[in-house]
Design a protein around this ligand. Structure first.
Ligand code: GRF
Length: 206
């Protein structure tokens, strides 16, 4: 990253409603994220409401739809092209539901972070995403769950942990009520904080 840059260039990858993206946008506008700036939002789904949130915030929003590409590599190459064109320094996975290949991840070592709606190493790995995580939490009967921000490596949900926050499980919780509380009390607080921390680190290393 060239010296004169004062902010890390951030790309946010999304797949759905974009509430975590919204938390990042709100934090950037509130001056909580100052060491980085969201340059582009990329969704693998054309109808992701996250794209609307980006546009409403005046942020470039791209749909790069997986099914429009013959192979996963072609899809990832299309995403990488957009990231490189914008000299992106940090990639944030915010409700992004595709698993990125080792080739992709290794292009951005310690420069990709993800929010997972559980306390890794619990309730994570293949098949644990969205509501499924909270269904498993309730089925197991744990009293505490929460969210984790971690660096992304080739191992699903396996990279070094950056931040975690615990959330109490209530006896009358449904997967939906628990998901919402984990989002409100943990995800939407942790991801902006982690984005600022990692952006600051990137600038320092520049
Ligand atoms: C949330 O449960 C988040 O933890 C997970 O994807 C779900 C939707 O996120 N990663 P968002 O509203 O699209 O940010």
């Amino acid at each position: 990253m060239s010296q004169e840059k004062k902010q890390a260039k951030i790309a946010v990858l999304v797949s759905g409603g974009g509430t975590n993206l919204q938390a990042l946008i709100d934090a950037q506008n509130a001056g909580i994220i100052t060491s980085g700036r969201i340059e582009v939002v990329i969704s693998n789904k054309a109808d992701a409401y996250a794209l609307t949130r980006a546009k409403d915030a005046g942020i470039e929003a791209l749909a790069i739809v997986r099914k429009n590409f013959a192979t996963k590599k072609d899809f990832e190459d299309a995403v990488l092209k957009e990231l490189e064109a914008r000299n992106i320094d940090l990639i944030i996975l915010a409700g992004f539901l595709l698993v990125l290949s080792a080739d992709f991840v290794n292009r951005y070592p310690m420069r990709i972070i993800n929010i997972h709606p559980a306390l890794i190493p619990s309730f994570c790995g293949d098949g644990y995403y969205g509501l499924k995580v909270h269904e498993a939490v309730l089925a197991y009967g744990v009293k505490l769950t929460g969210a984790t921000v971690h660096y992304v490596t080739a191992e699903t949900d396996g990279g070094p942990i950056i931040l975690q926050k615990a959330v109490a499980v209530r006896t009358n919780d449904t997967p939906e009520s628990l998901q919402l509380r984990v989002m409100k009390q943990a995800e939407w607080k942790l991801l902006p904080k982690a984005a600022e921390m990692v952006s600051r680190q990137i600038i320092k290393e520049a």
